[in-house]
Design a protein around this ligand. Structure first.
Ligand code: FEO
Length: 172
């Protein structure tokens, strides 16, 4: 049976991952209706990735004899000032999720639940990758400023990132 404190914290993380999916979905919608189809494709794809993060927690918790629980979620922001604003918020959100995963890991050490600590290693690595990817995108957007041609190029690049990821997954 899983430690009840760890179970509660995992359920809290399940909520955060579900919220992440909805936040990125909301951002994708904003991008799609504001002339950034590539950024929309990228964020729709990232929505799926967050749902996958949530599901991994759900299965793990249930497999360990606990019970995954869904919570009420707050409505994600639907208005953004610019593409720069969107990715600034993505970055902030990923940093928040990283801190949350680290706290969760800390709890597993405190509670001597090394199995869950081991399971969390995947998320710790994933957060390094997510932050690095988002930081790269944010830097590029910051660099082009208000240059429309530059922004158009970045939007195309975001679309290409998703296509190359799908090709790589298909080859695996
Ligand atoms: Fe589930 Fe983007 O972290």
């Amino acid at each position: 049976m899983i430690n009840p404190k760890v179970e509660a914290a995992l359920n809290e993380q399940i909520k955060k991952e579900e919220h992440s999916a909805r936040l990125y979905l909301s951002m994708a919608i904003w991008c799609e209706v504001n002339g950034y189809p590539g950024a929309a494709t990228f964020l729709y794809d990232h929505t799926d990735e967050e749902s996958m993060h949530q599901m991994k927690f759900v299965h793990y918790l249930n497999d360990r004899g606990g019970k995954a629980t869904l919570s009420e979620l707050e409505q994600p922001e639907s208005n953004y000032k610019s593409l720069l604003d969107v990715f600034k918020q993505v970055m902030q959100h990923e940093e928040y999720i990283t801190a949350s995963i680290n706290d969760l890991y800390g709890l597993t050490v405190e509670e001597k639940d090394y199995t869950t600590g081991n399971f969390l290693q995947w998320y710790i690595t994933e957060q390094i990758e997510e932050e690095s990817l988002m930081r790269t995108i944010l830097d590029k957007i910051s660099l082009v400023g208000n240059d429309k041609a530059g922004m158009f190029h970045i939007d195309k690049e975001l679309e290409a990132m998703v296509k190359s990821k799908r090709t790589a997954t298909a080859v695996e």
